[in-house]
Write a new protein. Structure first.
Length: 682
């Protein structure tokens, strides 16, 4: 018979549950052509063999190439040519009428003889035939044609498989070893030569090396067993390493309950100081309703670059113009006066370019640093982060520092009406298009959330009418130890090596700044346990923060089609990676990013469930404005977050909207809403 198997990408094997790694697929290619696709190459001799077989119409390809049938094909050809008087003229060929009389061994004896026709004559005479010299030559020619076709068709099938493997692995060149067994391959001296030349002709991108198999049924079965045992042992160790990162539904429900508990503490007047989730009032009391109109300025300061924008809110929509300005390190680390003077200089430059110097426009200021907000336009800087150390600012009102700089620069046309962080801006920018958007979520380098809370529940602010947006600062959730039960060894190592150990612990489980480093720590442990890279870590892999979080997106996106990209990433880290290494690396990345999405969902579930209960609803319909590179660019994060949220908060129908420029457009909309509500009150 004839058959072929090969290692296919598991995700392409739709009949199997396994989707990672590769799986050996038994093609059973002997049945190829049973649907009639090979009818055009079937000869009358092949049809006769098929009709006389025990399974007519089945195993059609095998009947063209299998050793069981080649002798029969030759026999029918000899009978037909004798009838045409091209062979055995005037001699008795009744022996050829007997099925099975001409065997595969007869064919091999005839074609492997290079010494003229002596051996051919001997074989035919043993069969009871009386061949002439011409008969011997023609019989040898027929046998070679039948055998050559069989070898060629084997090569055609193999070429199809090789090309498929190369394509599905996204490789320019495939180098592969092919184990071969069977009497055709070992018995016919030119079989390998034909296999090699034809498969190379049809699949030039593939380099196949043929290796004769020794006792595939016995030794091969033992090897399969040995490999299975090795993989099972390896899988046990992999599962042990990754188990602490794999959270159950009960684990996530506990995180949700703890977040709710910390939220309540953060909102309480007397418990706020001990809460890990600070629940800071933003003094934003309304979301956009679509009636906002006018021109507004926005500032976005959150790093070494900052932006100045003018945002026009009109009936037909929102239009923006902006410019990016650099803050030199000397100013970031100089005096507060120098920093805010520089900001005013940039605002003046922008207004001049936009012909806005004669107008006094309401300004929204996105200030992405920890602040204690005491009014919509009044916020005390708690501490600098992100490399800023400008003196004389901590403990001061940021808006007042900006106003004082404007006075020093004699810029009287500056009307700062609101200061906010990027999370609030994200909610507001989506809220203009969807009035149901009352939650903002950032999942990027860092993570945070805000939402509209009932004023009656905000114990840190006077008044109980209406709602107020609460900046949760949930990155610090767990800083009081309440999440220690889900912190793994890898998380603790990452935390200890940051500039703020013990702080922002929830953020260190979720955000883009840390996921790559968590993966790196896992890879080091797995390499030490001989699970990866043959137990040899490169010097680069031992470098902190060398494994970037963007690698996770690339690796998880490449579901078998871009393993070359995984190998490229690993080669940049000076790691020699096998296919199995690449598959295991993907599993590690998937585990870390899934946990991040699940924890984010647990936090969000606490928020939406609280909002539902606040409003006395059986079912809450709400929207979330989202920003951040992890949410936007990671191929699975948003899906995993939304799926987990649905599981944890089944009574909440939550929609997600990607924010368009929450820091800029959102800041302008806060200013616009503040102006609208102020006008309404007047």
């Amino acid at each position: 018979g004839s058959n072929c198997c090969f290692m296919a990408e598991a995700y392409l094997v739709e009949t199997a549950e396994e989707t990672s790694g590769r799986m050996c697929v038994n093609t059973e290619w002997g049945c190829f052509g049973d649907d009639g696709t090979l009818n055009d190459i079937f000869t009358p001799y092949d049809e006769s063999v098929d009709e006389e077989s025990s399974n007519p119409g089945e195993k059609r390809f095998e009947k063209l190439v299998g050793s069981l049938y080649l002798g029969e094909i030759v026999r029918h050809a000899l009978i037909a040519l004798t009838a045409e008087k091209a062979l055995f003229t005037g001699t008795d060929i009744s022996v050829l009428k007997e099925k099975g009389v001409f065997t595969m061994q007869h064919v091999l004896d005839i074609i492997n003889n290079e010494d003229g026709t002596t051996e051919v004559k001997r074989v035919l005479e043993v069969l009871g035939l009386q061949p002439s010299e011409r008969d011997c030559g023609r019989v040898q020619q027929i046998c070679r044609a039948v055998m050559g076709r069989a070898a060629t068709l084997h090569a055609v099938g193999l070429a199809a498989i090789l090309s498929y493997m190369c394509q599905t692995r996204d490789m320019e060149t495939l180098m592969v070893n092919v184990g071969v067994e069977g009497e055709l391959y070992t018995g016919y001296g030119r079989f390998e030569e034909i296999l090699q030349s034809v498969s190379r002709l049809l699949s030039p991108e593939c380099m196949a090396t043929f290796l004769p198999s020794r006792d595939g049924s016995g030794r091969g079965a033992a090897m399969v067993t040995a490999v299975a045992l090795r993989l099972a042992a390896q899988r046990r160790v992999v599962n042990e390493v990754l188990a602490p990162l794999r959270l159950t539904h009960a684990d996530l429900e506990k995180v949700q309950a703890l977040m709710r508990q910390e939220m309540e503490k953060g909102l309480g007047k007397h418990t706020n100081a001990t809460a890990s989730v600070r629940m800071l009032p933003t003094y934003v009391t309304h979301t956009p309703d679509g009636t906002e109109r006018g021109d507004f300025l926005a500032l976005d300061l959150g790093g070494t670059n900052f932006r100045v924008l003018v945002v026009r809110v009109a009936e037909e929509g929102i239009s923006m113009a902006s410019e990016i300005y650099v803050i030199p390190a000397s100013i970031m680390q100089g005096t507060g006066e120098g920093l805010f003077d520089h900001i005013i200089d940039c605002i003046v430059d922008f207004q001049t370019k936009q012909n806005l110097m004669t107008q006094t426009l309401p300004l929204g200021f996105t200030f992405s640093f920890p602040c204690q907000q005491v009014g919509l336009d009044k916020a005390l800087l708690l501490t600098w982060t992100k490399g800023f150390t400008a003196s004389g600012c901590v403990g001061q009102d940021v808006v007042q520092l900006l106003r004082e700089a404007a006075r020093r620069k004699q810029h009287s046309g500056l009307q700062v009406v609101a200061l906010l962080n990027d999370t609030v801006g994200t909610m507001m920018s989506c809220g203009y298009d969807d009035p149901k958007c009352e939650i903002g979520l950032i999942v990027g380098t860092g993570t945070n959330a805000c939402y509209m809370e009932e004023m009656r529940n905000v114990g840190t602010v006077e008044g109980d009418q209406g709602r107020m947006c609460i900046n949760m600062e949930w990155g610090a959730f767990g800083d009081n130890g309440c999440l220690d039960h889900i912190f793994t060894h890898f998380d603790r190592v990452v935390d200890e090596t940051t500039i703020n150990p013990g702080k922002q612990r929830f953020e260190k489980l979720i955000s883009g700044m840390y996921l790559g480093e968590i993966v790196r720590q896992i890879l080091l442990v797995m390499t030490e346990k001989q699970l990866l890279f043959q137990g040899r870590p490169s010097a680069k892999l031992q470098t902190r923060n060398i494994f970037q979080t963007k690698f996770l997106s690339t690796i998880e996106l490449s579901n078998g089609l871009a393993l070359r990209q995984i190998r490229t990433i690993l080669s940049e880290l000076e790691l020699e990676a096998s296919f199995e290494d690449s598959v295991l690396l993907r599993e590690v990345c998937q585990t870390v990013s899934l946990r991040a999405a699940q924890l984010c969902a647990a936090g969000l579930a606490a928020v939406v469930e609280k909002m539902r209960e606040n409003r006395g609803l059986d079912q809450l319909s709400i929207s979330v404005g989202v920003d951040g590179t992890l949410y936007k660019l990671h191929p699975c994060f948003s899906h995993n977050l939304q799926k987990t949220l649905k599981d944890l908060a089944p009574n909440c129908d939550v929609s997600f909207h990607l924010s368009e420029d929450g820091s800029g457009k959102g800041a302008a909309l806060v200013a616009a809403v503040a102006s609208r509500t102020a006008s309404a009150e007047q």
